[in-house]
Design a protein around this ligand. Sequence first.
Ligand SMILES: Nc1ncnc2c1ncn2[C@@H]1O[C@H](COP(=O)(O)OP(=O)(O)OP(=O)(O)O)[C@@H](O)[C@H]1O
Ligand SMILES: [Mg+2]
Length: 234
Amino acid sequence: MAVLPLSDSAQVTTRKLTAQNPLIVAITNLKGGVAKTTTAVHFAEYLRQFGETILVDGDPNRSAIAWAGRARLEDGAFRVINEIQLARYSGQACAYVIDTKARPDTDDLKALVDTATLIVLPTTTSGDDLRVTAQTAQLLTGVGSRHHWALITKASTQGISDVVEAKKFLEAEGLPVFQHWIRQYKAYQYAFLEGVPVHRVKNPKAQDAWSDYQAVMQEIMQDNSATQETRHGD
Ligand SMILES: Nc1ncnc2c1ncn2[C@@H]1O[C@H](COP(=O)(O)OP(=O)(O)OP(=O)(O)O)[C@@H](O)[C@H]1O
Ligand SMILES: [Mg+2]
């Protein structure tokens, strides 16, 4: 089993999200194809249980908007907008997830650091992706970020040695890594094509895939989580 159980998850209190104190998670990486959009969509899908959730598609390719455009949206679904529409909706949601394009420049990263309470860098376990992720983290630190975390994505379902090695590398680079990771399943491709979150795909592995994102979000939502913003409380 690739997902470790959360310790004491029953006793953990969940952080409170309100329109006045929203969670703003930005998903970025200089590297393309590392599951930024997939992560943004599934984070938003998880967060909507806590109240109004907005996914801001900051990628000119508008992949998240395309995903949602195919969606059979149900009641309570999260809203997907572009950064221009944000002016209309800012201040009303309790959670914002910002998807970004590959190769953001320093100004883009600075804007994310100014805005986000947490920045997540998805990366696969491939050497090149890890190297570029470490570079991205250095740039973020350079523009003042104090809350960026790596999330390992598309990990093998056949053993955890690649994940262990990847974590070791990232942590040696000074980049914190989520305890849980996202395994590689075809169900994500079907989810994208159908415009639904992975748990709504008819596939035997769909729930396993969704349980990975749930576990990562539970880490983020823990009231005492290390991923909590502290800047405003300093
Ligand atoms: N856990 C996963 N298992 C299998 N396939 C995945 C997984 N996550 C993402 N993918 C697939 O990998 C491809 C890239 O994913 P995605 O579009 O989310 O990456 P991205 O970082 O947003 O890419 P870009 O840089 O082009 O915006 C897609 O085909 C997606 O379906
Ligand atoms: Mg994308």
